[in-house]
Design a binder for this molecule. Structure first.
Ligand code: GRF
Length: 188
């Protein structure tokens, strides 16, 4: 039985695309069983449809609180018998409802060499700091934002001051590292 993945994303979904392609091409012995998105209209939704991946798209505003929409997400993950949740540009803090059910099975990709530059503006903050070696981190998700144990990291040099260029350089590294890391985790 192939491992069942859930990918969570809020935006463009290039990491979703890399993971879904790796599954489709057999690079990963896994299937993206669901793509969870908190932004109706996000580009990642069209990508999921093109891969024939089921989606759970929700608007946080239509729920009274985080616990309510996370309870819905947990139902979806349970129904799909998800082995591993991969956050890929999911711009929400994971709360105690989702952690309570899936902690230890949730990973995230972050565009800095953690523990440096946590948070939503990691690349911009690193550029402002004058960083010369950038990087990508994949880590376990716990209640400490971007603070869970590190699983994998990859660094790359950049001496300029353009955050967009850092993102451009980092993207292919993200895609490769995410697929490699998922592969190792699901083989265990
Ligand atoms: C990536 O830079 C990732 O590190 C961060 O969010 C971004 C998602 O990009 N967590 P994409 O939507 O996968 O293209």
């Amino acid at each position: 039985m192939k491992k069942q993945l859930a990918v969570f994303a809020s935006g463009t979904g290039t990491n979703f695309d890399a993971i879904a392609r790796a599954c489709a091409e057999g690079v990963l012995d896994a299937e993206v069983a669901v793509m969870v998105c908190d932004k109706p209209g996000a580009a990642v939704i069209g990508k999921a449809e093109r891969y024939g991946v089921d989606t759970f798209v929700f608007s946080p505003k239509s729920y009274a609180c985080k616990a309510d929409y996370e309870a819905e997400i947990v139902k979806v993950l349970d129904a799909k018998k998800i082995d591993l949740v991969c956050l890929a540009g999911y711009m929400r803090i994971v709360g105690e409802t989702l952690l309570g059910a899936y902690e230890g099975r949730i990973i995230n990709i972050h565009p800095s060499l953690l523990p440096s530059f946590k948070g939503a503006h990691a690349v911009e903050d690193a550029v402002a700091y004058g960083v010369k070696v950038y990087g990508i981190t994949i880590h376990w998700v716990n209640a400490d934002l971007d603070g869970g144990k590190i699983i994998a990291q990859r660094a790359f040099p950049y001496e300029g001051s353009d955050p967009a260029e850092v993102h451009r350089l980092g993207q292919p590294i993200e895609h490769e590292l995410y697929v490699e890391t998922i592969k190792k985790l699901i083989q265990k």
